[in-house]
Design a binder for this molecule. Structure first.
Ligand code: KG4
Ligand code: ZN
Length: 344
């Protein structure tokens, strides 16, 4: 195989990003540039991502980031074999920023365009850090997604389960907001939970024991809000105990549902040592990781997580998906649409 080099752009949530990834002739993956610009400060006053603010910030940042990625790699646009961009799913105003920039660059430089599914980027992200052989089981837990996927090969993903309502990160963020802990809520709630007693408040076990591998977090979020509203003047101890309880409940649910997926995966691909990859911002949570590690060990799986910078939204995973798609001759026309919803 010949070496392939792709510029990837990402703007589907609140991270603007550009990266350049090369797949060498021997198959080795190299990240030649990896630029990310977060928008946390712009959204913090509102306690959540504001789509219009996100879209404008992406539109302002995108061309600068593309130029910075090229400078970082020491390459020029003409060295690229294709231009890739996330074209969904996500906040569609934001998605358009990366997609339109990619279309402009592809058109101007006469390069193919690759419209990437953001979820495929996440599914392939563990392969940025080294050889990870297919098949593997992936849990994607972020602010926007909670899904279990069997990755059987490039372009070949089987969805084993996904959330019926909120994403796990949303449950963290919304509960943290109710408790006045600030934005982004996940890390704030984890800090608050540090010395809390997770067993003090009784919280539901969503879907526990039910068949399948779907998730549900809306009931948990509502239960936490009711407990919070029932506290007269919450003390620091109340706050810590509730935060710890919610965190433990989310971790328990993620582990229980993942355990079911591991059993299903082993049933399909045979016993033996499989890899269970966890990606997405929520994977940063220590209680979540500990619960997943224990569950994986119980099922004979090895837990692996990409480094945090590739676990959260980034463009390297989009460029990698672009490389893999290009290698199969799978490119898109300039009419590729931005999509708010796009199941993998
Ligand atoms: O993958 P990500 O950076 O962005 C997308 O949502 O695509 O994930 C962000 C989510 C947010 O909901 C954030 O609160 C959550 O990940 N998160 C955490 C922690 N760090 C980030 N949740 C719990 N504990 C954490 N330490
Ligand atoms: Zn994402």
């Amino acid at each position: 195989a010949q070496a392939l080099t792709v510029l990837g752009l990402e703007s589907s949530c609140d991270e603007s990003a550009a990266a350049i990834v090369r797949r060498n002739a021997d198959g080795r993956i190299e990240v030649l540039a990896d630029c990310v610009l977060g928008q946390e400060d712009a959204h913090a006053p509102y306690g959540g991502v504001v789509p219009e603010i996100a879209a404008r910030a992406h539109a302002e940042a995108m061309d600068h980031l593309a130029r910075r990625a090229l400078a970082e790699s020491g390459l020029v646009l003409d060295d690229m074999d294709a231009i890739a961009a996330t074209s969904g799913p996500g906040l569609v105003g934001g998605v358009m920023a990366a997609l339109m920039t990619a279309k402009g660059l592809a058109l101007g430089a006469g390069k193919p365009l690759i419209a990437v599914n953001h979820l495929e980027g996440h599914a392939l992200s563990p392969r940025l850090s080294g050889a990870l052989v297919f098949p593997y089981l992936l849990l994607l837990v972020s602010g926007g997604h909670t899904q279990l996927l069997a990755a059987r090969g490039v372009g070949d993903y089987q969805r084993l389960g996904s959330t019926l309502d909120d994403a796990a990160g949303e449950a963290f963020d919304k509960t943290a907001k109710v408790m006045g802990l600030g934005f982004p809520g996940g890390p704030a709630l984890e800090r608050c939970a540090k010395d809390g007693d997770a067993s003090r408040f009784e919280l539901p076990h969503p879907l526990a024991g039910r068949p399948g591998c779907d998730f549900s977090f809306a009931g948990l979020k509502t239960a936490a809000r009711q407990i919070w509203d029932g506290l007269d003047t919450p003390t620091d101890k109340d706050r810590a105990d509730l935060a710890a309880g919610v965190q433990a409940a989310i971790a328990r649910s993620l582990a229980e549902r993942s355990g079911r997926a591991m059993a299903q995966f082993a049933g399909e691909f045979g016993p033996g040592s499989h890899t269970f990859v966890v990606a997405g911002g929520v994977a940063a949570n220590t209680a979540v990781r500990t619960a997943l590690e224990a569950e994986a060990a119980e099922h004979g799986f090895t837990l692996s997580a990409p480094p945090m910078k590739w676990c959260t939204d980034n463009a390297a995973m989009i460029a990698l998906a672009g490389v893999e798609r290009l290698a199969r001759g799978d490119t898109d026309g300039l009419d590729a649409p931005a999509r708010a919803r796009w199941p993998l």
